[in-house]
Design a protein around this ligand. Structure first.
Ligand code: PAF
Length: 286
């Protein structure tokens, strides 16, 4: 695997791969890679693509400067993982390469509605930072297909709308969440948990599953979510949100909807964890 740090070198390698007839598959990341990221790389390789990964801890998407400062930076370990997974090219730019005129001078991509609410409400400006950096990365890499983890369900929805609205010529593939044996969704932020918190962490997924059971049973959504919030707090978390949304447009769901996603975010010790669970009901007459 080749590692490059500049847009110029990145473009040279991508151009050569395309000239040799390869499709370009792209996996954008912020590093500190785990098996979830590697499953995205694998999907790109399985699709026969020349596979490009990026590692860039994007300051524009962190509304909390302490969160940015402590975000794990593990480039040598990440390079080793990507290389043994079969990734072809790693783009690891620094902040000046990505924002040469400074972050305040950067034009911003804003995706309306779907960026609001959920994580967008708890982390103001977060999705503008994501949309902007992903647009830049897409323009730098020019991929045919880009792979994103389904764990960040709202992020995938924001990127899909951005790609459609701005007529970006690539395909977006969402890859199912990788989980530990106890159900905890793999995340770089799990590394913030101590042993005791790690034991409790599965409580978020457990709670999402209980909400799914309530939904299937036709229990009133408000009552289900407020009881679930109490249970999640009782499991050692401080709930940020628990919501049931329609899969198609992320608008609030009703019991008449057949395809919904249950989304949750909650603080556990120093970590803010997010997760989601899709529920599809095949109701008679549908
Ligand atoms: O999901 C992430 O790791 C980031 O939000 C992304 C897509 C790499 C943009 O910085």
């Amino acid at each position: 695997m080749i590692t490059v740090h500049t847009i110029r070198e990145l473009r040279e390698h991508v151009r050569a791969a395309r000239a040799s007839g390869r499709r370009i598959g792209f996996v954008p990341t912020m590093g500190n890679l785990h098996d979830g990221h590697i499953s995205l790389i694998q999907r790109s390789i399985d699709a026969g693509c020349f596979t490009v990964a990026s590692i860039f801890v994007n300051p524009l998407q962190f509304n909390d400067k302490n969160d940015l400062a402590r975000y794990p930076r593990t480039l040598p370990e990440d390079q080793a993982r990507l290389s043994s997974a079969g990734c072809d090219l790693l783009f690891a730019p620094d902040v000046d390469e990505m924002y040469p005129n400074g972050q305040d001078q950067q034009s911003i991509v804003h995706v309306p509605e779907v960026s609001d609410g959920l994580c967008g409400a708890s982390r103001p400006g977060h999705f503008d930072g994501v949309s902007t950096v992903v647009t830049k990365l897409f323009n730098q890499v020019l991929p045919d297909v880009a792979f994103f983890g389904q764990k960040d369900f709202q992020q995938v929805a924001v990127i899909r709308k951005m790609v459609a609205d701005l007529c970006m010529p690539l395909e977006i593939v969402a890859v199912p969440t990788k989980r530990a044996d106890d159900g905890l969704a793999l995340s770089s932020r799990n590394g913030y948990l101590n042993a005791e918190e790690r034991e409790l962490a599965t409580g978020l997924y457990l709670t999402l599953n209980e909400i799914a059971d309530d939904f299937r049973a036709g229990k009133a959504i408000d009552a289900s979510l407020s009881a679930a919030t109490e249970r999640l707090n009782g499991r050692g978390f401080r709930t940020d949100y628990l919501e049931i949304r329609r899969v198609d447009d992320l608008k609030p769901a009703s019991l008449n909807d057949a395809d919904v996603v249950i989304l949750g975010a909650a603080f556990l010790g120093p970590a803010r964890l997010i997760d989601n669970l899709q529920v599809s009901l095949n109701r008679p007459g549908d």
